[in-house]
Ligand binder design. Structure first.
Ligand code: IFM
Length: 455
């Protein structure tokens, strides 16, 4: 019988966004070009031909948007800092106006008793660094340390929670192997090199943040997905295992001191992608495994895998029935969230975990009554919050949950077609409307009680 259940005390409840997806104002106040500005100019790169040039105009409307966080009864905001706003060419001269923007944002959050959870890198590399090799170049690791130094010196007196990198898998694989995301390259060898440099940038930034931020709590955010074989055949089981190593373990293992997973690193060698891992220098793995205070987990769905005809590469099946699919085609699979949280607790024992992103794309628009009736998103949130409670019961050190996203926003290569917000954005007028899912969440948080719990 479903019953209601009290939510944990002292829990962080937030919503997340990222700079390129919401800020707009890409040429204002001295901001430099990012790899996303560049990719968006490439014909066909973005499904609806749009760009993040205006997005949600959060750069100008941030005060109202912080008001929305308060209306939703949240107590934290996960946002990202745009590297090209702070260092327009990636390193060297600091753009004071860019840094001032985040300074004001942080003060605005604190005035409203909202805890800032900034992410230093959510995919918007300065184009100038890409021109010098981007994440394929080890010099970008040093540039990231310099950028981290500038930002944490300025904000570290007030901001205590820091995320270094958002979703290294996406940066490496979507950016450098599939080419679906910026910088839009298709080279697996480069993707492996980029993955290593991104992890190394995280490890290099850790002591910088701790030096500049008294009482810092630092972590990295990974996107995780439990991997299921499409059948019991040996080949499909092997493909599911390979996907797990590529997507989950390639990042978690080195972060927690185990180095890169052996079977897969050997496979990459055999397939000609690794070149003896010549980009892994002595001391790198120790640096990557530096102590963190929390792990951020982004969870959207599980992955069902079967073997591919070509190249022994795992192939994904994205054909759940329409009734359980979001607009992204991703299956609604809430038990996968408690499963990944329990797995990372069991296998890696992070000091604390936050669900740093979780949410669903559905395109509901305001109806005649002015409301956005997005029941599928409400149900998605409900089921995933339920899964979080299950994980807590199982001993997961879960300390917070951030919905993706506060606002409908620029969903990368999908443009504005995919709407993940708790708040609807009319892009023509920039009018915001809290959706019914957002109102439901606000009510859950006001009463600190989750109704309809199924365990
Ligand atoms: O919009 C993205 C976000 O930038 C990173 N994590 C996944 C989200 C949904 O695709």
């Amino acid at each position: 019988m479903p019953s209601s259940r009290a939510l944990p005390k002292d829990f962080v409840w937030g919503a997340a966004t990222s700079a390129y997806q919401v800020e707009g104002a890409v040429t204002e106040d001295g901001r430099g070009e990012s790899i996303w500005d560049r990719l968006c100019q490439k014909p066909g790169a973005i499904e609806d031909g749009t760009t993040g040039a205006v997005a949600c105009d959060h750069y100008h409307r941030w005060r109202d948007d912080l008001g929305l966080l308060s209306e939703l009864n949240l107590n934290a905001y996960r946002f990202s800092i745009a590297w090209p706003r702070v260092l327009p060419t990636g390193r060297g001269a600091v753009n004071a106006a860019g840094l001032d923007f985040y300074d004001r944002l942080v003060d605005g959050l604190l005035e409203r008793r909202l805890t800032p959870f900034p992410t230093l890198y959510h995919w918007d590399l300065p184009q100038a660094l890409q021109d010098q090799g981007g994440w394929g170049s080890r010099a970008t690791v040093d540039a990231f340390a310099e950028y981290t130094e500038v930002v944490t010196r300025r904000l570290g007196d007030r901001v205590k929670q820091w995320v270094t990198i958002n979703e290294p898998w996406c940066v490496a694989v979507l950016g450098h192997a599939s080419g679906a995301q910026a910088p839009g390259l298709k080279d697996w060898s480069l993707a492996l090199r980029a993955a290593h440099h991104v992890l190394l940038a995280h490890g290099t930034a850790l002591p910088v943040i701790r030096r500049n931020v008294p009482g810092a709590r630092v972590g990295i955010v990974n996107i995780l997905s439990p991997s299921f074989a499409a059948s019991d055949s040996e080949a499909d089981l092997a493909a599911a295992e390979r996907f797990d190593q590529e997507f989950n373990r390639w990042y978690l293992d080195p972060l927690y001191g185990r180095g890169y997973p052996q079977p897969l690193s050997q496979a990459y060698e055999r397939e000609g992608h690794a070149h003896g891992f010549d980009f892994v220098l002595p001391g790198d793995l120790e640096r990557i495994a530096g102590k963190t205070d929390f792990l951020g987990v982004n969870y959207y769905s599980r992955t069902i895998v079967r073997t591919a005809e070509e190249n022994n590469r795992p192939r994904l099946i994205a054909d759940p029935p329409a009734s359980v699919r979001t607009d992204m085609g991703w299956e609604v699979y809430p038990s996968g969230l408690s499963a990944v949280l329990q797995r990372v607790t069991r296998e890696y024992a992070p000091a604390a975990i936050y669900v740093t992103e979780n949410g669903a794309a559905y395109g509901h628009q305001p109806e005649a009554d002015g409301q956005v009736h997005d029941e599928p998103r409400r149900a998605y949130l409900h089921a995933h919050l339920n899964a979080c409670l299950g994980a807590l019961d199982a001993g997961v050190p879960l300390k917070g949950y951030f919905a993706w996203s506060l606002l409908d926003n620029f969903e990368w290569a999908f443009g504005y077609k995919m709407r993940f917000g708790l708040v609807h954005v009319d892009y023509a007028t920039q009018r915001r409307t809290i959706k019914q899912s957002g109102r439901w969440l606000a009510q859950v948080l006001a009463t600190n009680t989750l109704p309809g719990v199924t365990r």
